[in-house]
Design a protein around this ligand. Sequence first.
Ligand code: ZN
Length: 631
Amino acid sequence: MLATLVIVCAAGLIGAAAQPAAVDQEPNANATSYATAADPMILELDARLAPQGLMVAHLVIPARPGPFTLVYPKWIPGEHGPTGPLGDLADLRISADGNALTWSRDPVDMYAFHVDVPVGVSHLNVTFNVIENGPEVMATRNISVVNWNRTLLYQNDTNSHDVYVKPSIILPAGWDYGTALPDARRTADRVDFGTVTLAMLVDSPLDCGRYYRHVPLWASGSSYAQLDMFADRPQDLDAPADILAAYKRVVPQALAMYGARHWYNYHFLLTLSDAIGFEGIEHHQSSDNRGPHDFMTNPQWQLASGDLLTHEFSHSWNGKYRRPYDLTTPNFQIPMQTDLLWVYEGLNEYLGQLISFRAGIRDPKLFPEQVAEAYAYLDNEPGRAYEPLIDTATGAPFLYQARSNYPSLRRTAGDFYTEGELIWLDADTIIRAQTGGRKSLDDFLRAYAGPPNTGPVTVTYTRQDIEHVLASVVPYDWHDFFQRRVYEIALHPPTDELARAGWRLVYTSTPNKFEENPVEKEINAWYSLGLSLSMNGEIRDVRYGSPAWRAGLSPGMKVVAVNGEAFDNDVLTYALTRAQHTTAPIDLLTSQNDHYQTFAVNYHGGPRYPHLVRIPGRADMLAKIAAPLAP
Ligand SMILES: [Zn+2]
């Protein structure tokens, strides 16, 4: 059914500034786009003020006379929520044929802007400032991350696959750029790109910067993959040869795993900046990766977060090419439903980890240590007593934003990633066990997102589709499997996959290599006292019911001293170790809002960190899973 946009104009205001009432219907994608391939929307992004945290968007938008509504993208693919940063839009001006037009914001949908288009006008000129460092830091003096959804308005209720845009960017003098946008033509500091759909534009971010390095990673015929790095300091681009060699194995390992690709060329965009911080957003033919300044030069970062680029790359297949039906929306105003993120992100968490080990970014021998860390957190998470995993996925748009006190009691958006890894490891071990090692999850991946090669298209799925594809690989009650692991409450995650793989979980006094990583700047006393602390003692979380919680400690406090000694990790570890041989409590002196208080924590179990150890006599399936595939 073709519905048209209904806007009720207030009586008596004809000829005056447009003052429409609220859009009176849910957002849809049924309107005919006036921006076509022959007459596309023009977007010229002037990024010359990026070092000052501003860009200026100049748009020419095809329109028709009468009431007309423009919208700012709200639900952003890959961000899984209504995260379009409306506060970044400033100084909005709309004109036609040189005459300024009055616009008004919709009183209910604040992402919509109404304007009355005069008779005879076919194009609107729209200009606004893009504030780059509003909710998130997107630019420094030397780098700018361009997410095009922040730089445009588009015709309301159109399908973003039917809206055409011709983008261009004016770079700060001497800067270079990286993007998957096609048909680039550079003239001095101006780059013009070919006409693309609005969907593809928003799916093709651009990084630019003063200090850059482009590293070819892979090529086959006319297709290629490359790493585009942008740093605040030139020396941070000096990634050592062994780290780059591992990244050159990423594409062959992913192709061996999936058996085909759904991109023509692929750009790993990567910023190296402490100011911009840590982020990863997937796209069909690129990924928007943001790491700290020494991400590519400090091997500790590769151990801690060496799955950043591999996770986002795997999303090109799992998430962009194959995507949950109810997460796939025809434009950026229609709400997404996120319940199947336990596949989209959960499966991808497993695959991103595997590619990082198989490519050798991390030593495959450390895979059991990584699994132990993932398992132990979930096994000590009080919130799971009342909340099934599915609720963390369904509530993801809210949970991604909720990062304050007691995350372990609320459960977090991280849960469907971490537990997803274990669920899909479980599925992998079931397939391997049921087929005597002849098949693995890789067979599922080839059936799910494999051949033939295609360009960037999307094929949707439901939970039932996933269960059918799995059953085609090996007959099993996959519906019941997911029902138990995802949809029902379980205080402890099952250990089936660990046992099947020949391993079991233990706690020892030796820190887990993935938890105690110095670059993560956290102190983990979660499995002993029940505390997660920053390096300088700020309490980030207290495990409900733990010794620290029973003593009265809470997030927001800062531990200043342990048994009378100034706090640091060594002092805390010494106190934990010594308490094993005494009945005296551990005294923690804390400060909070200028108030000092000592808490006596009764804990005598010593330092505790999770690890996996082999079950004698059982085959080591984890070694097989983490081993590189034959390209
Ligand atoms: Zn992801």
